[in-house]
Write a protein that binds this ligand. Sequence first.
Ligand code: FES
Length: 103
Amino acid sequence: MAETIRIENATLPAEGHSVRVSANGTPVAVFLVGGTLYGLDARCTHAGGPLDRGSLAGKEVTCPLHHSVFDVSDGRVVHGPATRPVTAYRVRVEGTTLVLEHD
Ligand code: FES
């Protein structure tokens, strides 16, 4: 079932960067790429590395621990060692509220 999380007064990332927010206790990395916001569970599915601290190249983020690469638009693994995708969130801004949704 789809879940919607609203975060009041959240700080938004600068273009090409990310911020970490808490979505009901789940850390989510929010990225801004080409003017579009994307959200991923911030915990790498390989060993929990912090994806919000990864390096971003286009829509691909590289985990800082063992360099798995994920597509920020859908959470899929571009290459391992991770084998499982991370949860992706649809992100939008309503006034001063950051809205995250995932299926
Ligand atoms: S924890 Fe991310 S690649 Fe290992």
